[in-house]
Design a protein around this ligand. Structure first.
Ligand code: ARG
Length: 588
């Protein structure tokens, strides 16, 4: 794994140093002879990690200041250091090195995490501005497949990340509950459907009808015409069409709700495509007034050729609306309702063109919020080289994936820990950890190659590995059995492993911010993997005789100090998992 956490270590250490030793960096700034206008950012931009870490945590090269002053760097370094607090700064050649002592670092970081608990890493930079997040958004009368899982996982995580930073997150499920496919469903149902069968296993039944329709359509093209006709009837409010559509929708919603409950995912609004039906005309009027609507073979479109894109289809020749028409209505509705700071659309890369088109149309209308729309796109998920297509019928049902994961997780847990109470409950948590982390453990633009062996590996870079680490930390806390006290002897923290761990804890807040800036929960996933690795290095520390240093021992002071650190790691791991939407078991 390429480690992004090494990239800005010097800067982070400087920030930690500044927090631990108020006034020291300021003193450096004042002492340094320089004619840089903004000396503070000048210093920060030139920090380095010393080649030999024993020399210090970060180094400021005096020659970067000397270049303009025509003084000898070695002399500057010595002169400056002589005026600063001894021990904190030393001069080595042309470098001014700074060292953050481990006890001071612990004294700064640990009481902060102990005091703030889950709020550690939270910020108010969002100032309550609204972030509207469109995620999951499956299509009704079709099964909830793994294809929609990624949007669900990423969107829900972004929801929590933005909320942690003080934004007001608003979650919208833009259910695919309108469109020509309902014409097809109605035709198929009227031809082959049966209420009793539908009631038994509604989604699978509707799905079979859908697949059957597409197979038959290839042999008999009149079916396509019927479907178009029935969709038009639906749009015109034909009672029979509306009755069937409602039937499909109610069954689908109940089914989706069950899955969201399993996943522990909520939305603030379930406003599907049909919600915008009576808002279409206003949008059409707006577009017409702006002179953007043209006719093309009877259809109404916005010509986007000058921008190198295919035309954005608004209405078919028979007047039927399209996905893009409803999207545009949705954008206006969201803006008018929420006055959003950003509107995110967490949808796969397959719809890149669609979003480029509708965002362009908003821009052409001259709307001031055009640059607040973001398509948060992501790659495919594949199960052993099998791509998913609903039409051909080789979809993988999310619920089947969850059930399989639960069975496999239960098996692994039974082998490891046969006496575990609440095995089923824990197996479900681990199953969700495995599945969600499969999606979030990979940068979103990359494809996910899902394999059971990988996602359920308790020792790999997986959700269950993080959950297992969390359970081990919780077990330590139970074994300790007393409330954790923050007044420990901080001078007992001395090792490089402890320093590394403290530093990584300290960078949690910054990581959450990066995740929000880039709309990328994966930064948190990687952070947590690194946290687990660094913690294990501390956990497996040996003394000078090669003996394992136990966290809990007869030595009261050492035990209490280490337990304060254990609690901090557990707090941050727990909170990080929560931001990913992954449950954190106490035991497994
Ligand atoms: N229902 C669509 C699909 O399954 C996704 C909708 C995404 N959201 C949106 N506002 N277009 O492909």
């Amino acid at each position: 794994m390429k480690n992004i956490f090494q990239e800005n270590t010097a800067r982070l250490l400087a920030e930690a140093f500044r927090a631990a030793y108020p006034g020291q960096i300021e003193a450096l700034i004042q002492t340094l002879p320089s004619n840089a206008a903004d000396l503070e950012s000048f210093i920060y931009s030139r920090l380095e990690v010393p080649k030999d870490r024993k020399l210090g945590d970060f180094a400021f090269p005096a020659f970067s200041a000397a270049a303009s002053l025509k003084e000898k760097p070695v002399e500057i370094a010595q002169k400056v250091v002589a005026q600063l607090t001894p021990d904190r700064f030393t001069a080595t050649g042309p470098y001014i090195n700074a060292t953050l002592a481990v006890p001071d670092m612990a004294r700064m970081v640990l009481p902060m995490i102990h005091g703030q608990g889950a709020a550690f890493g939270s910020q108010t930079i969002g100032q309550d501005r609204k972030i509207v997040i469109d995620y999951s958004s499956p299509n009704i009368a079709k099964p909830f497949g793994v294809g929609h899982l990624r949007s669900t996982a990423i969107g829900h995580s972004l929801y929590r990340i933005f909320a942690k930073l003080g934004y007001c997150s608003i979650g919208i499920n833009h259910l695919g509950d309108w469109g020509t496919q309902f014409g097809k469903m109605i035709v198929a149902y009227r031809k082959w459907g049966n209420d009793a069968e539908l009631a038994k296993e509604p989604i699978k039944y509707l799905y079979d009808l859908y697949v059957r329709f597409h197979q038959q359509e290839e042999l008999d093209s009149s079916l396509s015409d019927d479907a178009r006709l029935w969709f038009k009837k639906l749009e015109d409010g034909d009672p029979e069409a509306v009755r069937l559509w409602k039937l499909f929708r109610d069954y689908s919603q109940a089914e989706f709700q069950r899955i969201y409950d399993i996943l522990g995912i909520k939305f603030d609004y379930y406003t599907g495509e049909s919600f915008y039906n009576d808002r279409i005309e206003v949008v059409m009027e707006r577009l017409r007034r702006a002179g953007l609507v043209t006719e093309s073979q009877g259809a109404q479109v916005v010509d986007l050729e000058p921008y190198g894109m295919p035309a954005c289809l608004l209405k078919k020749a028979d007047g039927a609306t399209l996905y893009a028409t409803r999207e545009l209505a949705g954008i206006f509705y969201r803006y008018e309702t929420f006055d959003f700071y950003r509107a995110l659309y967490v949808v796969g890369s397959a719809q890149q063109e669609h979003f480029k088109q509708v965002f362009k149309v908003i821009e052409l209308l001259g709307e001031p919020f055009a640059d607040r729309l973001v398509h948060v796109e992501f790659g495919w998920i594949r199960f052993k080289d099998q791509a998913m297509s609903t039409r051909k019928g080789n979809i993988i049902f999310l619920e089947d994936v969850i059930t399989t994961a639960e069975e496999k997780a239960a098996q692994i847990i039974r082998d490891k820990n046969p006496d575990l109470p609440n095995l089923d409950q824990t197996a479900r948590m681990v199953a969700l950890g495995a599945i969600l982390f499969a999606d979030l453990g990979v940068k979103k633009h990359k494809d996910v190659n899902f394999s059971w062996e990988e996602v359920l590996n308790f020792e790999g870079e997986t959700g269950p590995y993080l959950q297992y680490t969390h359970a081990r930390l919780s077990a330590l806390m139970r074994r300790f059995g007393k409330p954790i006290d923050e007044t420990v002897d901080f001078n007992l923290f001395t090792s490089p492993e402890e320093k590394e761990l403290l530093l990584h804890l300290y960078r949690f807040g910054q990581t959450v911010e990066t995740a929000s800036d880039r709309y990328e929960p994966n930064y948190i996933a990687e952070y947590l993997l690194e946290l687990a690795v660094v913690f294990n290095r501390f956990y497996q520390r040996k003394d000078a005789h090669g003996k394992l240093i136990k966290i809990i021992s007869e030595r009261k002071n050492e035990t209490e100090a280490r337990m304060l650190l254990v609690e901090a790691v557990r707090t941050v791991l727990n909170e990080g998992l929560r931001l990913l939407g992954i449950p954190a078991p106490e035991e497994m």
